[in-house]
Design a protein around this ligand. Sequence first.
Ligand code: NAP
Ligand code: GCO
Length: 266
Amino acid sequence: MKMEDFRLDGKVAMITGGTYGIGYAIAKGLAAAGATITFCDIKPELVEKGVASYKADGIEAHGYVCNVCDEPAVQEMVAKIEKEVGVIDILVNNAGIIKRIPMLEMSAADFRQVIDVDLNAPFIVAKAVIPSMIKKGHGKIINICSMMSELGRETVSAYAAAKGGLKMLTRNICSEYGGYNIQCNAIGPGYIATPQTAPLRERQPDGSRHPFDSFICAKTPAGRWLEADELAGPAVFLASDASNAVNGHILYVDGGILAYIGKQPQ
Ligand code: NAP
Ligand code: GCO
């Protein structure tokens, strides 16, 4: 084993939804390991904001406006990146949404929208990058799964269905393209302090902690929410040659949630 196996020099990475939160933290990690960063987001102002944030962190990132649910737009973006930056060696399917609505109150349209962004889009983007990975002779795809790839809870039926599906899409891409030296793995983050989870951490009007915030700290052996930066090391590993024999794996980075039955009542 050589430490250089963990380096990503000369590699082009694409992080979908990479303006802030988990995508941004992973992109910074990949850049620190030597990768050139490309990212997309759905709104032009977000892409501008992202490029400026990367610049402030010393990273010359290439930003693209793209809705990852729109297959022709994704194909066009991938072709543009190949021309302007190079073939994508590492894809991180990070863009995602959640709608916390009890199932019986959720419209089919809302359910479909979550499936579209969290499951159909990773399929669309992977499909767009795999042909050039095959030609180049290697590729790394990292799908961002969730605790909800394994667990259910009230109000997140669409999200859990999508993230459970994304786990199986990960295994299927591994099955179908592993023979072309493409490794497709997933990271399953635990509860991470990002804008997506901010409503679950809001202070109550009386200043006390949100009950869900206390619940997550009790459910996590680490006793705390995780930071997005803590996903960077696992992402670098899965993007690098150090993980060439790891394929179809879901790496849960959850502070131990899935291993723990929960704090016993005092
Ligand atoms: P976030 O803060 O909400 O960021 C998601 C990013 O994706 C945003 O920049 C968002 O743009 C973008 N996006 C949404 N729809 C898009 C589309 N159709 N096309 C392109 N970009 C789009 O989320 P996060 O918490 O960093 O989560 C990132 C990923 O990790 C998601 O897949 C999420 O499900 C997953 N995850 C999160 C946690 C957690 O605890 N936070 C845990 C496990 C898994 P807008 O700002 O315009 O929406
Ligand atoms: C929720 C949360 C989760 C997390 C994450 C857990 O409402 O329970 O938003 O779904 O975001 O995906 O891993």
